[in-house]
Design a protein around this ligand. Structure first.
Ligand SMILES: Cc1ncc(COP(=O)(O)O)c(C=O)c1O
Length: 407
């Protein structure tokens, strides 16, 4: 086989389908977020980032930076091994305590990313509990799908956020069969929120465990940043809450929080936890500082929601269509892959605004969009520049505006 030719052909096919991914070569500027330096040869030197998942700008927060600097000075760079073989440092232990407390659970377990936490925890639970059936929301993240697939368990896919469909499928499974309902709170592409309480009601009625991915909610919702389940007073009703330290908390890493038995079970059987080097102590220290800070400060959450409202209102003034949803994610609908890529390119080149286009297969064909994520570190001037640039490009691309009556 001509291996190189094979690779080239596959990449050419991606290019032809318009699915080839191009990364922006940017350097984030600490202290000046959301500004980033653009390393591309053409285009402006500085850009304003409008699509970051560092939702609160915590990646440059002084309390995190201080904790990380201190931990590097004290512990050095890496963890030095897996958690089992010399890789557990006190910073990991403290962070796990902080996370268990955040979600009012007995224990928490760290992973190297949110992706790995879903893959490893779901993969382990679903492969080791005899006869289990996993009921998975159809729009669950790739990391959950891969974990479930890897376990080779029986699975049922239920229609997105559709309680009636979930109930129909639960009722179809014999009462004595173990079940796990896997879902997210805030769905990252549409920004809609799951009916968590109703799903918990069904879980109780049919004897199922619940696994909730709060990756796009932790730090952002609830009085202490515990996510949607905290905001709605439901944390005790969920069997497992999973989250990331890489988005609103501004660092990197993932975790689950649950009962001490469940956490110990995953710790003891999950290969994606056992056989990999632990997160660097400085990362754990930075993440713990972020979690601690957002437990007692509502300022960032308040400013975040205000900025989201401001962007939505300004888009409405120009009748630029965006999906109404109850979260902080603003999907501005373009509905055409070529125009979506074009708008993103021109925003970067001519306006110094970076928004990655979201095209198929990340979203269904015909729903191509710009996914805008306002943050407390965006200014009103940033909002002005963004919205007027979009207004000009909407006219240039002859895209439909939303009728006023529908707003
Ligand atoms: C719903 C969801 N779960 C899990 C992940 C993975 O988290 P991480 O980026 O920490 O690996 C993502 C990433 O975007 C996500 O959107």
């Amino acid at each position: 086989m001509n291996y190189q030719q094979f690779f080239r052909d596959q990449l050419d096919q991606l290019q032809e389908e318009g699915n080839y991914r191009v990364f922006a070569d940017l350097g984030r500027q600490c202290g000046a977020f959301p500004t980033a330096r653009n390393y591309a040869e053409d285009g402006p030197e500085k850009v304003t980032v409008w699509c970051s998942n560092d939702y609160l700008g915590m990646g440059q927060h002084p309390c995190i930076l201080a904790a990380m600097h201190q931990a590097i000075d004290e512990c050095g760079a890496g963890a030095g091994g897996t958690r089992n073989i010399s890789g557990t440092t006190h910073e990991h232990v403290l962070l796990e305590q902080e996370l268990a407390d955040l979600h009012c659970k007995e224990a928490a377990l760290l992973f190297t990313s949110g992706y790995v936490s879903n893959w490893a925890a779901l993969g382990t639970l679903a492969s080791r509990i005899p006869g289990i059936i996993v009921l998975s929301d159809e729009l669950n993240h790739a990391s959950m799908i891969e974990g479930i697939r890897h376990s080779r368990c029986q699975k049922r896919i239920w229609k997105h956020n559709d309680i009636a469909d979930l109930e129909r499928q639960l009722a179809d499974i014999p009462a004595n069969v173990p079940k796990l309902i896997a879902f997210e709170s805030v769905y990252s592409m549409d920004g809609d929120i799951a009916p968590v309480a109703e799903i918990c009601d069904l879980a109780d009625r049919y004897g199922a465990m619940t696994y909730l991915d709060e990756v796009h909610a932790v730090g952002l919702y609830g009085p202490r940043g515990g996510g949607i389940a905290e905001r709605e007073g439901l944390m005790d009703r969920l069997t497992v809450i999973e989250g990331t330290l890489g988005k609103a908390f501004g660092v990197v890493g993932g975790y689950i929080a649950a009962s001490k038995e469940l956490v110990d079970f995953v710790r003891s059987f999950a290969s994606g936890f056992i056989f990999t080097t632990a997160l660097p102590p400085a990362v754990a220290a930075g993440a713990a500082a972020s979690v601690r800070h957002l437990k007692q400060s509502n300022t960032e959450r308040y400013l975040h929601q205000q900025r989201v409202r401001e962007v939505r209102d300004r888009l409405d003034e120009l009748s630029i269509p965006h999906t109404p949803n109850p979260s902080h994610i603003i999907p501005v609908m373009v509905g055409d892959p070529v125009k979506c890529r074009f708008i993103s390119d021109v925003l970067m080149r001519d306006y110094g605004i970076y928004i990655q286009p979201i095209n198929y297969p990340t979203v269904p064909k015909g729903t191509e969009r710009l996914r805008i994520t306002p943050s407390p570190v965006h200014s009103t001037e940033d909002v002005d520049r963004l919205v007027s640039a979009l207004g000009e490009l909407w006219t240039q691309c002859q895209l439909a505006r939303r009728p006023m009556a529908a707003q």
